[in-house]
Design a protein around this ligand. Structure first.
Ligand code: ADP
Length: 709
């Protein structure tokens, strides 16, 4: 099919410059500026796939994409995110809280504005997947610290009076330590082979068990401290997780508040009724303190406090969220400011829930300093969304944050980094000091502790295994739901599956792909080596060779990776069966989820992954590598020991072209030759429940556990 040359001028600036194959020089693309660019500098550039590109039918017509509106900021889910509708006070807009009246009492800190040169750097760690975890060398580290035994703030003495309560087994709460949470590994596909389609494949209607009656439980006061929150400050899945989990906790009758930095780059249009609520928060920093203002506002019904420091460091007054040489210091300051705010405001949450290395100093401050000042009530749960980023820095940080005592904190039982002598590891501090540590899937919990995926923290996880577990993320079905999705032209559900194909036509129309009988394979994600970029590249050509179409939506903070994919885009410019969109486009992502037949997620490692969960909801069959959360949520149609009605996708084990080709080939073959089987698989996928319902309860169980312990 000859590609049209029409398209609005706007789209031509944000989409690729599609070239003719007539030998004319390809104009340099103008890569879409993307907020994703702020995230996680990539350790290395994706290697080009060595496979020979297929012969692609070229067309003379210049293909001009109609895809436009690639955003310069993370597109929020504003239009579709629904105001929470719970009967609790949390969802009621009104006076934020009584903290306005809270006297700034008890602080002996002098409000002296000090700005000191910060010397710290973030270290991105190379994975060592083959490295077996060392035997746990560490003695039991602080679990819950008895306030009475703590030294005064700033005291130099090495106090080891730590009381560690006998923890109740996690399994008593319906959980199990990570090794028991692991799936049966023989349930993953065996040797790659093509499906045996001659066998009838019928997924019988599942028998649903009636829901258990709700159990009464006391309401908790829960504060999430986070660097990201959809829809105001989103870089990756972490933002969606805090957005979804906090609403679920509120729906269940808890009082939930969120503390995050007041970034200059936030989506202020997503905050309702933003107002100053605490004008003079002085946060200790080096030998003085930094003056901060705290704002309050609602983000789609969620109660949020935004901390704004006023200092020459300009910690959050920058063009993006991450990507600066002083990131470790920025978030060390935020952590100190958040706990200082809780203390000064007289807030005594039952649970403080921290996220990733950026907030991992909060439990350290709590149990080393603020507990002695009277904050004896809170317990801390820390969720690690990705072990690749740990916040490793020098001992200078101890002086900045007022923790001091390098000999104490650099100890291997506390924040001393296992691989860099004399370096502090903030994430390790979060693991050691938190009452409970979760990661975002049971399989990733196992891989990080026992399979060398912990980026050096395996021994620490072994030492603290009793308080470590995995909870699979949910997705927000008010946002990701084809029955109510306003981003897609035709809404559909499990009983109106044919209407999905109207969205497929709309996707082709928007991307100027040929309208034919072929399957559409898609990829959506950060173009980060973590996502398996060599395999993505190989899949593009393999899909075209197999007579299907390929659509990619992604972007990278790394110019070399972006350039690589722009090169690919130019190469495939005139293919009527392929479109690569380099940029961040929330709106287009919805149409791809709805219009594609299969979603490829071939990650090297994947803590949880949201794309496969969203795809399942849209009846778009995931083709994934059996790693991390992908292995916990996608079950192979042909090679799983799950009941037929629970199988929902295609899975491969080995990170190589052969594994990928096998799973992708089976999916495309099934689509072409056994459409009824494929349709059953789509229905299975759509029946899966990956809402926040279950993980919400899991987190409440953890909160109860650490409150009771
Ligand atoms: P990670 O957190 O590692 O980036 P996840 O799979 O957990 O990966 O979450 C990715 C989320 O970001 C998904 O909601 C996905 O749809 C979205 N996303 C990723 N890249 C893009 C893009 N280029 N345009 C629009 N949405 C994107």
């Amino acid at each position: 099919m000859a590609k049209k040359t029409t398209g609005n001028p706007k789209s031509q600036t944000t989409s690729t410059a599609k070239t003719k194959t007539t030998g004319k020089k390809t104009p340099e693309p103008t890569p879409t500026e993307t907020v994703v660019s702020a995230v996680r500098p990539s350790p290395h550039t994706a290697q080009a796939d060595a496979s020979k590109p297929p012969v692609i039918k070229k067309t003379a017509a210049r293909k001009v994409s109609r895809v436009s509106d690639s955003k310069t900021s993370p597109a929020g889910m504003a239009e579709t995110a629904v105001q929470a509708t719970t009967p609790t006070a949390v969802e009621t807009q009104g006076e934020p809280s009584s903290l306005l009246e809270t006297p700034d009492a008890g602080s002996s800190l002098q409000p002296v504005q000090v700005v000191t040169e910060v010397q710290a750097q973030s270290v991105t760690i190379e994975p060592e997947p083959e490295q077996a975890p060392e035997p746990a060398p560490e003695p039991t580290a602080p679990f819950i610290v008895d306030a009475a035994d703590r030294p005064a703030v700033g005291a130099e003495s090495e106090s080891e009076h730590i009381t560690k309560p006998e923890p109740r087994p996690f399994s008593e709460l319906g959980h199990a330590p990570t090794h028991e949470l692991m799936p049966a590994f023989d349930s993953t596909p065996g040797p790659e082979s093509h499906a045996e389609h001659d066998e009838p494949w019928h997924a019988t209607e599942p028998q649903w068990e009636p829901a258990a009656p709700p159990v009464w439980r006391p309401s908790l006061f829960i504060v999430h401290i986070t660097p990201e929150l959809a829809t105001v400050a989103k870089v990756g899945g972490l933002a969606d997780v805090v957005f979804g989990l906090t609403r679920e906790l509120a729906i269940r009758g808890n009082h939930v508040e969120i503390i995050l930095p007041k970034y200059a780059s936030m989506r202020y249009d997503q905050i309702y009724d933003l107002q100053e609520v605490y004008r003079d928060l002085w946060v200790p920093w080096y030998e003085g303190a930094i003056h901060c203002t705290v704002f309050f506002g609602f983000v789609h019904g969620r109660k949020c406090f935004f901390i704004e420091p006023h200092s020459q460091d300009n910690f959050f007054n920058r063009h993006s969220i991450y990507g600066f040489h002083d990131d470790v210091m920025r978030y060390a300051f935020f952590s100190r400011a958040a706990i200082e705010f809780l203390w000064k405001a007289g807030k005594h949450p039952d649970i403080i829930h921290c996220h990733d290395w950026q907030t991992a100093l909060v439990p350290v401050h709590l149990f080393e300093q603020y507990q002695a000042l009277g904050m004896t009530h809170p317990r801390v749960c820390t969720t690690i969304h990705n072990f690749a980023h740990q916040g490793i820095t020098g001992a200078e940080l101890l002086r900045a944050t007022g923790l001091h005592r390098p000999e104490h904190f650099l100890s291997h039982t506390r924040l001393g980094d296992p691989r860099h002598p004399n370096a502090l590891n903030l994430l390790k501090g979060g693991i050691v000091y938190s009452n409970f540590v979760t990661t975002v899937s049971p399989r990733y919990a196992f891989e990080t502790k026992d399979q060398g995926q912990g980026f050096g923290l395996e021994p620490v996880l072994h030492t603290h295994h009793i308080k470590y577990g995995g909870v699979v993320n949910g997705i927000d079905y008010d946002v990701w739901n084809p029955e109510i999705d306003h981003h897609i032209p035709v809404r559909y559900g499990i009983d109106s599956l044919d209407r999905k194909y109207d969205n497929k036509r709309a996707l082709r129309h928007r991307l100027m792909l040929a309208d034919n009988e072929k399957a559409i394979v898609a990829f959506i994600g950060r173009l980060d080596p973590q996502k398996g970029l060599e395999l993505v590249r190989h899949a593009i050509f393999n899909t075209l060779e197999r007579g299907a179409q390929f659509v990619l939506l992604g972007s990278s903070p790394d110019d070399r990776i972006n350039a690589d994919f722009w090169g690919l885009k130019r190469m495939l410019n005139d293919s009527p069966d392929c479109h690569l969109e380099i940029g961040f486009d929330e709106d287009l992502s919805h149409l791809i989820y709805a219009g594609a037949d299969m979603m490829l997620v071939p990650s090297r490692f994947e803590p949880c992954g949201l794309t496969q969960l969203i795809s399942l909801r849209y009846g778009t069959i995931p083709v994934v590598r059996a790693v991390g959360g992908l292995a916990d949520t996608v079950f192979d149609k042909d090679h799983s020991n799950r009941p037929l009605h629970e199988r929902n996708g295609y899975v491969f084990n080995d990170y190589d072209n052969r594994g990928l080709e096998s799973a992708l080939g089976r999916a495309i073959d099934c689509y072409n030759a056994f459409p009824e089987h494929f349709r059953e698989l789509m229905k299975n996928a759509m029946r899966c429940d990956y809402s926040w319902n279950r993980p919400g309860q899991d987190y409440l169980n953890i909160y109860d556990y650490i409150r009771d312990a």
